[in-house]
Design a protein around this ligand. Structure first.
Ligand code: GA4
Length: 330
């Protein structure tokens, strides 16, 4: 078991009001990708929650297990070794510090660009293996998850009656797609005598800036999403499924019809949580604007901007900030 260096945990962000508020749902929508009606269910889930779970996804378990075991090996290495793969700038190994603007959480992670060689070398040097081993494990996983994301985006376009149906998926398929991959490790926080670790923030509330994010975790809970009624919903973990988040860019492309979902992760006092997330983004030069067929004569709610401009602005913000507000028309 890996435990992060013991910090003064009283300096960590916590959830102040942790009473269990009644929720109007028992579970989040589950989309069976093998079913013909999934396109409409995906649209409904994106409208209501900006979030859903995917089953029957065709991502080989072998790819997931391989990457998970590499991640476990990496996070089990001595801290002094892991630090050699850091600091996260934004890519590389990060420990407690998230982003560059003062956010912290009870988490350590590896952030990788899916397009750059450099990060794999740092990652591999800690494991004492050839960078190609790591690169291959990440590549197999990411290509397969990207394929699934494209299938979801195509079904989404069909459900929205948008032509051509690859209008969104082609952005992720583009060789210049600016996508990111993240491995998060949330060590258990056993120090609960003076502190209720259940309330400790692993990763603070935020929305994802990209088009769509695909998360898979081991069987440790912790992920919560913010519902429209203002309650946090604890998502039951399911290591055989994927969880999909609508990102800010998809919110803009649907002119606000879909909302990017606010989510966060709370630590567990007993079990480690390991998650892997693919953040599907467009090429840097891509204009992020509402899809014309969704406008029905309405005006865009957003100013014109490229993904490069949005990303640059997003990386200057704190996690909990509303990043889109700067791009809304007044
Ligand atoms: C949130 C989604 C992805 O994890 C991420 C994060 C990024 C980072 O960790 O460097 C950011 C965060 C994320 C949004 C606001 C900025 C940038 C941390 C942060 C405070 C990799 C991303 O693309 O945006």
């Amino acid at each position: 078991m890996v435990v992060l260096t013991k910090p003064a945990i009283t300096h960590f962000p916590i959830v102040k009001n942790s009473f269990k508020s009644p929720s109007y749902i028992n579970d989040i929508p589950v989309i069976d990708l093998s079913k013909a009606n999934s396109k409409n269910l995906i649209v409904n889930a994106c409208e209501e929650f900006g979030f859903f779970k995917v089953i029957n996804h065709d991502v080989p378990m072998e790819f997931i297990s391989k990457l998970e075991s590499e991640a476990v090996k990496f996070f089990s290495s001595p801290l002094s070794e892991k630090l050699k793969a850091g600091p996260a700038d934004p890519f590389g190994y990060g420990n407690k510090k998230i982003g560059q603007n003062g956010d912290i959480g009870w988490v350590e992670y590896i952030l990788l660009s899916t397009n750059s060689e450099f990060n794999y070398q740092k990652f591999a040097s800690v494991l004492g293996v050839n960078p190609e081993n790591i690169r291959a494990a990440v590549n197999d996983y990411v290509s397969s998850v990207k394929k699934m994301s494209c299938e979801i985006l195509e079904k989404l376009a069909e459900g929205l009656k948008i032509q051509p149906t690859n209008v969104l998926s082609k952005l992720l398929m583009d060789e210049k797609s600016d996508s990111v991959f993240r491995l998060n490790h949330y060590p258990p926080c056993p120090d609960i005598q003076e502190f209720n670790a259940k309330n400790l923030i692993g990763f603070g509330e935020h929305t994802d800036p990209q088009i769509m994010s695909i998360l898979r975790s081991n069987n440790t809970s912790g992920l919560q999403i913010l519902l429209k009624n203002g309650n946090w919903f604890s998502v039951p973990s399911d290591q055989n499924s994927f969880f999909v988040n609508v990102g800010d860019s998809l919110q803009v492309m649907t002119n606000g019809r879909f909302k990017s979902v606010k989510h966060r992760v709370l630590t567990n006092s007993v079990k480690s949580r390991l998650s892997m997330i693919y953040f599907g983004g467009p090429p840097l030069s891509e204009k992020i604007a509402p899809l014309p067929s969704l406008m029905e004569g309405k005006d865009s709610l957003y100013k014109e901007f490229t993904w490069f401009e949005y990303k640059k602005s997003a990386y200057k913000t704190r996690l909990a900030d509303n990043r889109l507000v700067l791009f809304e028309k007044s």
